[in-house]
Design a protein around this ligand. Structure first.
Ligand code: CA
Length: 224
């Protein structure tokens, strides 16, 4: 629940969004035109779309129409200009989940993003295991971001938690370094970096040395 697609063509706003979201453990991919936004909003690569209305190629309202027309229920937060009251109404009627008027405070956007992501999760009381991921002795609560090993609470950083989540979602499956980089650090990360090795080491220290197996030349696998 941390992958955000940003469709925005203003480099200053892009930098502002990327830096803020990254600092809060989100992974971002930026597209600068509407056609790419429609293309990438397809499928389940992203958990939320931040959509500027004034985009080249296809404008934001057309993107919204195309994405909802494909039957995608991806949460969409629209960014509108100060005087674009009509656009805001049209966007909400066209299936946007929320909107922000530029200029905006990052904290406010973050709060709205969290509401959208929270609303998409199954309510914890409706199904006790709905927000829990459990494999072997490991257990993650996706709602509270807490982790347990054999019932003992362990402290994970935001990135460690996301990395653990990706591994627990694919138990016994080998995840390549590239897959992990993409899912946890985003698409603009240097594939030559050793950050995965470093974080796997952190996770082994916290989750137990044999929790994660190294598959030579291929990647990593969670032992169940
Ligand atoms: Ca724009």
């Amino acid at each position: 629940m941390n992958r955000i697609l940003i469709a925005e063509d203003n480099p200053h706003i892009v930098d502002f969004l990327k830096a803020g979201l990254k600092a809060h453990g989100f992974t971002t991919l930026v597209v600068e035109d509407g056609h790419q936004a429609v293309e990438l909003a397809r499928g389940d690569d992203f958990d939320l779309l931040i959509l500027d209305l004034g985009l080249p190629g296809k404008d934001g309202l057309e993107v919204l129409q195309a994405v909802r027309g494909q039957g995608e229920c991806l949460p969409i937060i629209v960014l509108t200009a100060r005087d674009g009251v009509d656009d805001t109404v049209t966007a909400l009627e066209g299936g946007a989940n929320d909107y922000m008027t530029k200029p905006f405070r990052f904290e406010e956007l973050l709060a709205r993003i969290k509401v959208q992501l929270r609303d998409r999760r199954p309510p914890a009381n409706a199904s006790p295991s709905g927000s829990r991921l459990e494999v072997g002795h490991l257990s993650l609560d996706l709602l509270t971001r807490q982790a347990w090993v054999e019932g003992r609470l362990v402290e994970l950083s935001a990135k460690e938690f996301v990395l653990a989540e990706v591994l627990l979602r694919h138990p016994m499956q080998v995840m390549s370094k590239e897959q992990l980089l993409n899912r946890v650090w985003g698409y603009d990360y240097d594939p030559g970096s050793n950050i995965i090795e470093v974080y796997i080491r952190h996770l082994r220290r916290k989750l137990g040395n044999d929790a994660i197996e190294t598959v030579r030349g291929m990647g990593y696998r969670l032992r169940s």
